[in-house]
Design a protein around this ligand. Structure first.
Ligand SMILES: CC(C)(COP(=O)(O)OP(=O)(O)OC[C@H]1O[C@@H](n2cnc3c(N)ncnc32)[C@H](O)[C@@H]1OP(=O)(O)O)[C@@H](O)C(=O)NCCC(=O)NCCS
Length: 144
């Protein structure tokens, strides 16, 4: 049976790290936590579903905290990687960034995360040469 691919945007915030930890510990996406944390936010939190299964989570943060550069983050369910969902989520986030009239977005990535770096470079991100407090590379993309 063909399953519907959908992307929803919630005005509910959740930390990307909580997603990463939950996926590592349990191997599933913690949908439950999203509903437990009904925090109003101007930041962008997107959830991609294939049928009823959550396959990817993406966010752009920085409006709530007043950061000049808004920061993008993404994770695809481990069972669903390499199928184009990451790229589709990134394209969605870039469209939202454009609608919100951002000039550029920033992201942080560990230098051994070659899959993610490959994705970001293929989507027009540049390595800035700067590092964040966790010694991750900082990359930027200009938004048209
Ligand atoms: C990084 C991540 C989001 C990629 O998502 P994905 O759905 O697997 O990626 P896609 O299938 O959309 O692939 C898009 C591009 O990413 C790159 N890529 C993805 N998997 C790759 C792999 N195994 N090897 C090399 N490049 C890869 C390629 O450039 C690919 O483009 P192509 O298919 O045209 O060659 C996913 O691996 C992930 O969730 N990783 C764990 C969380 C994480 O690291 N998040 C980023 C934190 S900065």
């Amino acid at each position: 049976m063909q399953q519907l691919l959908s992307i929803t945007q919630h005005s509910t915030s959740i930390e990307l790290n909580r997603f990463v930890e939950a996926v590592k510990d349990n191997g599933f996406f913690p949908v439950k936590h999203i509903h437990e944390m009904p925090v109003c936010t101007q930041d962008v939190y997107c959830f991609m579903y294939l049928g009823y299964k959550m396959v990817a989570f993406g966010m752009i943060r920085g409006w709530d905290t007043g950061w000049e550069d808004k920061v993008l983050g993404i994770i695809v369910h481990p069972d669903c990687r390499g199928k184009g969902y990451g790229k589709l989520m990134m394209q969605t986030l870039h469209t939202i960034a454009s609608i919100r009239r951002l000039k550029r977005v920033r992201l942080h990535v560990s230098e051994d995360n070659l899959n993610a770096i490959g994705l970001y470079i293929s989507m027009g991100y540049c390595i800035s040469g700067d590092r964040n407090g966790r010694n991750e590379m900082i990359m930027y993309k200009e938004i048209e």
